[in-house]
Design a protein around this ligand. Structure first.
Ligand code: HEM
Length: 113
């Protein structure tokens, strides 16, 4: 079987969309666990929130914002592809989605420090 199609940039975009969705799924249980601390263990939540003040965590959060941006804007492109008339500008839309998620990630970092 030829794997030549895997070099196509839109194939890579689709792959990135899948990976970003899976990484977001991994993040979700952690997020719910921390939210649960607010109900069950306020002292531990406070300690956790202090830990999140560190620069390393803020950079990781910026990465997460970027990941969500990639999945959100890329997902909107896929939905448009499915529900609107075909447009040949798919690479431009994918690049725009990437640019928007980068802007969101940097905006988060600027706000965080
Ligand atoms: C923020 C708004 C979101 C939009 C607009 C969106 C959009 C989409 C779309 C359109 C697909 C289907 C892709 C395809 O048919 O090829 C998809 C797949 C998926 N999404 Fe989302 N999504 C969003 C949020 C999330 C979140 C928060 C998570 C995880 C917690 C998530 C996890 C996934 C996963 C795991 C897939 C399957 C990926 C695959 O198998 O290719 N999505 N999303």
């Amino acid at each position: 079987m030829s794997l030549a199609h895997r070099k196509d940039s839109l194939w890579i975009v689709q792959f990135v969309h899948r990976i970003s969705g899976l990484l977001l799924v991994l993040f979700l249980p952690v997020h719910f666990y921390v939210l649960g601390l607010a109900l069950n263990d306020a002292a531990e939540l406070d300690q956790f929130l202090k830990w999140t003040d560190s620069p390393a965590v803020k950079f990781a959060e910026a990465g997460l914002v970027g990941l969500l941006g990639v999945h959100l804007f890329g997902g909107l492109r896929i939905l448009a592809l499915e529900f609107l008339p075909w447009s040949p500008r798919q690479k431009t839309y994918a690049a725009t989605a990437l640019a928007l998620s980068f802007v969101a990630s940097v905006a988060f970092l600027l706000r965080a420090f």
